[in-house]
Write a protein that binds this ligand. Structure first.
Ligand code: HEM
Length: 459
């Protein structure tokens, strides 16, 4: 019986299958070569073997990988948006309307770009928290932490510069408020703000500057640092506790990256993409009426990730609220891995049960005390009024800042007497400050109304 005669007796599905198999996408030898090339590529960013313990989802939550997925979505959708967008005050807003009304899938692409950018801020912070609470910043990964913090700043800068591009009221006034914070940097504040804006206020030159930064300078810098960051993860290996193995050189709990790690990453990326696309289909990126420099909304708020700073400005002298306190926090983040030299802390969530409870306590304390202080400052506390003989930079700057720093130092000392480890004390202070900042951000976004007065969002 000839091959064709035999085939006519097969079912239709089988015939289609055979016809596809007869014409493989790549001949057998080529397929092997392709598989080898892809494997090689994967092994450039991953070690050939990983410790099984590091694969547990509850250790990393796949957050670093998710950042790569989001960055890829941003790059693809960003390039597509470039085909439509014109960075001039006359045309930018019209490009947004065209995306919504004339271009097939234009709105979906804009939504995907907008939500991935916002998600990158949230996921970046979560990744930072996971690295922090597993003490994975300690040696030998200290410089990778520094690169991470730098990337976090760049992710915020990318979002901030992108915020202006739609050129609607939201964009115009959020950037006006956001850049005005820079003015408070002593000596260089004004020239730097002027350089960034391309003039005294937000205008056509600002749009050109932000466009260049947003589509080229910031993404390329993130790409460069991220490549180095991921290569370092490969060199340093994933962090795992040093002392849990009786025999640290034992390889018995190591598995090959392909397929064990790669399969997990692939499924996780697909699930995350499905969620992101689902969200972008149903939730539109905001767009208000076209920018009107003559009409400032009340209240004029910064972008949501800067609302914590805008809230700080309501309570402290501007140099402290906008520069000194955030600068101190940032310096602490950069210095952290150089304060912690103990490698035995690496890879253990919260260090101990006591450390876990201490973290929960400080999260609640950070929220509670911040709400209390904001209410006190709004309705009762009036340091400049009580200390009229002092300049406000002292009465409303140095005095409250020094009081807070002193309280934190005494608290850290108290925890030391309770025999908490150094790492647990860092965790306690960090958790307290982090949750205080998140609370300020939530108050700024939802509980500030006209004239930035406290309001209830549901009234
Ligand atoms: C564009 C932003 C970033 C990308 C693409 C990225 C990517 C990754 C990836 C893929 C990993 C390995 C898997 C994992 O831990 O989930 C990782 C680990 C790490 N990341 Fe990031 N990351 C970014 C931002 C950050 C930030 C903001 C920090 C902290 C400030 C940070 C600090 C670290 C450290 C220290 C490790 C090693 C952790 C360990 O071995 O357990 N990264 N990053």
């Amino acid at each position: 019986m000839s091959e064709t005669q035999g085939e006519s007796s097969k079912s239709l599905v089988e015939q289609v299958k055979t016809s596809i198999q007869r014409m493989p996408l790549f001949p057998a030898g080529e397929r092997d070569r392709l598989r080898a090339t892809v494997s090689n590529l994967i092994l450039h960013i991953h070690p050939p073997k990983v410790e099984q313990r590091a694969l547990r989802f509850s250790y990393t939550f796949g957050l670093g990988g998710l950042l790569i997925v989001l960055a890829t979505v941003l790059a693809i959708t960003g390039v597509l948006l470039l085909f439509i967008y014109t960075p001039s005050p006359e045309a930018a807003y019209d490009s947004m309307i065209a995306l919504q009304t004339e271009i097939r899938f234009g709105n979906l692409i804009r939504n995907l770009h907008h939500w991935s950018g916002n998600a990158m801020v949230v996921v970046g912070v979560l990744h930072l928290l996971r690295v922090f609470f597993t003490s994975a910043y300690a040696p030998p990964r200290e410089f990778n932490w520094i690169m991470g913090v730098s990337m976090m700043l760049l992710i915020i800068a990318a979002n901030f510069t992108g915020y202006l591009l739609p050129w609607d009221q939201l964009a115009y006034w959020a950037i006006t408020v956001g850049t005005s914070l820079l003015n408070y940097i002593p000596l260089i504040g004004e020239p730097v703000t002027r350089l960034l804006l391309g003039g005294p206020e937000v205008g056509a030159a600002t749009l050109t500057n932000f466009y260049g930064l947003h589509i080229a300078v910031i993404p390329l810098t993130i790409f460069g640092i991220a490549s180095f960051h991921i290569w370092r993860v490969r060199k340093d290996t994933f962090s795992v506790p040093r002392n849990l193995n009786e025999d640290p050189v034992s390889r018995k709990d190591r598995v090959t990256t392909i397929p064990h790690l790669v399969n997990i990453e692939f499924v996780f990326a697909l699930v995350m993409l499905a969620l992101l696309i689902g969200w972008a289909v149903f939730v539109n990126a905001p767009l208000e009426e076209a920018a009107n420099p003559a009409h400032s909304p009340n209240p004029a708020k910064a972008a949501w990730y800067f609302m914590g700073f805008q809230e700080l400005l309501l309570h402290f002298h501007p140099v402290f609220g906008a520069i000194f306190i955030p600068g101190l926090g940032l310096a602490g983040l950069f210095a952290l891995p150089y304060l912690e030299r103990d490698q035995d802390v690496v890879g253990i969530w919260f260090q101990s049960t006591a450390g876990r409870l201490l973290t929960i306590f400080n999260a609640l304390a950070g929220i509670g005390v911040t709400i209390l202080l904001v209410l006190l400052d709004e309705y009762w506390l009036d340091l400049p009024g009580w200390l009229p003989f002092l300049p406000s930079s002292i009465s409303n700057g140095w005095v409250p800042t020094a009081a807070i720093l002193l309280a934190l130092i005494l608290y850290a000392d108290f925890l030391k007497t309770l025999k908490f480890k150094k790492t647990e004390i860092y965790q306690a202070i960090f958790t307290y400050l982090f949750f205080a900042f998140v609370t300020l951000t939530v108050i700024g976004i939802f509980f500030r109304g006209e004239g930035m007065a406290l309001v209830l969002p549901w009234n």
